[in-house]
Design a protein around this ligand. Structure first.
Ligand code: NAD
Length: 301
């Protein structure tokens, strides 16, 4: 029976450490890390994410601001807000909550964010630095960084030589996870919707990262005995057992069957999810220190 990886507890220890480091930064330099989150429109899920990010920033002792624009905001209004935040010395991290409304060119907005303030790590400069293995200069996307941190801890600190299989090739999860795992000296396979014999590919994984968005697609019989499983998927499914019309969250991995085979597995919710916000705080602090030309701090664990 697998160890259940407690993402909530790990995230809490990350944010405790970030908040201690932020306090020290303020004492030593008078600079408070500043995070600006931009929300366009009224998508309920995005509203929750943005609120949680703001709350956590305050909890870490950061300067935290939120900008809300209406769903019909013009592209130029969003671009001028980003420019204003780029030039604001109190703001070290800028996060534009995705998805943006269809009439906005997402790429244009993301590319306007100063790379050194791009705490989501989606600017082409940061994507390039990660691809070139220069993670010490990059800002790394939060969910991939959190997923790899959990994997590394579950493996006892070293992932070198493991066969890592990623299911999903998105720019926001699958690809950056692959880059990070290469840096950890894994043998990396990226599989996706067009992969042949996906089940066989997954069976070879010592470390499995699922980032598909299909509820409970990967079942226990796909899993190698003793594998570490990091389930990034967040899927809402009907839960009639909780009452009519009720729903619950599940991952891309069928938790109950997988946990009988795996060595360690993240639950959904409570696995990778909480790590995303924690790594956003870490990126904001890193961004603030770099903008003051301060030395890098040691890794979190
Ligand atoms: P996406 O839709 O952009 O990408 C999904 C990927 O899965 C694609 O590359 C596709 O090729 C692959 N895929 C689709 N069907 C497949 C199949 N049948 N077999 C194999 N591969 C298949 O999704 P995303 O943005 O990468 O997100 C993936 C999941 O992770 C979603 O459930 C999302 O909600 C979740 N997510 C969670 C967090 C978090 O924990 N904070 C953050 C981002 C995404």
């Amino acid at each position: 029976e697998a160890t259940i990886i407690d993402g909530k507890a790990t995230a809490a220890s990350v944010t405790d450490e970030i908040s201690a480091r932020a306090t020290r930064l303020v004492e030593e330099t008078g600079v408070k890390p500043g995070l600006a989150v931009v929300l366009v429109g009224e998508d309920p899920a995005s509203q929750v994410y943005v609120r949680n990010k703001g709350r956590m920033a305050e909890k870490c002792g950061f300067h935290s601001v939120q900008h809300n624009l209406p769903a019909d905001a013009a592209e130029i209004d969003i671009l001028s807000l980003v420019t204003q935040l780029n030039n604001d010395p109190e703001i070290h991290g800028i996060l534009v909550q995705l998805p943006l409304p269809a009439h906005i060119d997402e790429g244009k907005v993301l590319q306007l964010i100063k790379p050194e303030k791009d705490v989501d790590g989606f600017h082409p400069v940061n994507v390039g630095l990660l691809g070139a293995g220069q993670t010490e200069k990059a800002l790394v996307p939060c969910t991939p960084a959190g997923a790899v941190l959990l994997a590394k801890r579950a493996a006892g600190g070293d992932l070198a030589g493991l066969n890592a299989v990623i299911v999903g090739r998105s720019n926001i999860v699958g690809k950056p996870v692959a880059q990070l795992l290469l840096q950890e000296n894994c043998t990396v396979t990226i599989s996706h919707s067009r992969t042949r014999d996906l089940q066989e590919v997954v069976k070879g994984a010592d470390l499995l990262i699922a980032a598909v968005g299909r509820p409970q697609m990967i079942t226990g019989d796909w899993i190698k005995e003793g594998a570490i499983i990091i389930d990034v998927g967040i899927n809402r499914i009907p839960a009639p057992e909780k009452g009519e019309g009720k729903t619950r969250l599940v991952g891309d991995v069928d938790f109950d069957t997988a946990k009988t085979v795996a060595k360690a597995i993240t639950p959904v919710p409570g696995g990778v999810g909480p790590m995303t916000i924690a790594m956003l705080m870490a990126n904001t602090l890193t961004a603030a220190r770099r903008q003051q030309n301060l030395a890098e701090e040691p890794p979190l664990f």
